[in-house]
Write a protein that binds this ligand. Sequence first.
Ligand code: SD4
Length: 328
Amino acid sequence: MTTRRNFLKLSALVGSLFAFNKSKAVTLVEQSSKVARKPIVISTWKHGLAANDGAWKILSANGAALDAVEKGVMVTEDDLTNLSVGLGGLPDRDGNVTLDASIMDEKGRCGGVAFLERIKHPVSVARMVMEKTPHVLIVGSGAQKFALENGFKLEPKKLTAEAEKAYKEWLKKNEADFKPSMNIENHDTIGMVAMDMSGNLSGSCTTSGLAYKINGRVGDSPIIGAGMYVDNEVGAACATGVGETVLRICGSYLVVELMRQGLSPKDACKKAIERLVAKNPNYKEVQVGFLAINKKGEHGAFALQKGFNYALADDTGNKLYDSEYFCK
Ligand code: SD4
């Protein structure tokens, strides 16, 4: 989408060029359409609006995409009313809230934490894994120890009132048949991808994972290439939904590779959903959504089921959009 300001700039440029040399105008317009629309940030679900606001403060002040995607999703991690992200999340089947997160920057540096308990900002621990260790992924008690050694605080082991109520209800219903819930509603991870004013891309993803999962289960969100992926020459993508189905197709990496082959962000997300359908016989019972931006600052999304939406912020504002979907 061309903003009014860009359109005016472009018209002035094309106008002056026509006055100067008509034969060169086409080339100039073609070049202009390749210029990135930046900064831009997109993130999953309605809670993406508040997260985008956090990211936009950084992007609009000429900050780095990496800082924006970290600070942006921290807003969601801070929100204890959110049942799918941060310490307010729904627990596993044994009553523990266990968190997964990842982050990746324009240099291809990346970090993740998984199965992390009692730490408020897993995305920041993921960033620290990226920046302070030679590793990409640290999990469980090791991740918690690493966080505590690096200045993070151990939070009380306690479900929020809302999470506790939902868990107790789930326990009653599932006493006989004790299995994790893998349906369309029980998840709302935040995934975010952004491009800063310098044209650099970064991504982040953070979640409490599937509600009532088996203790120790890790989803797609902390796995680089599954829940999120960035290639600064091509684009960035992230995923939300039932992680097992995304892991089977290296979903976010697939979206980026499809953009590398020339697909638009939306077509790349759509093709990845089609691949997911082909590889996951249970696709009708689950929800998955992909989001992507490319190096031109174009964005796109596609989901399995109706109901996936995403928030987009650029210099025209911060708005929520409904995604197109596969299962009609
Ligand atoms: C997971 N992908 O742990 C996450 C859950 C999710 O929207 O995305 N919820 O499988």
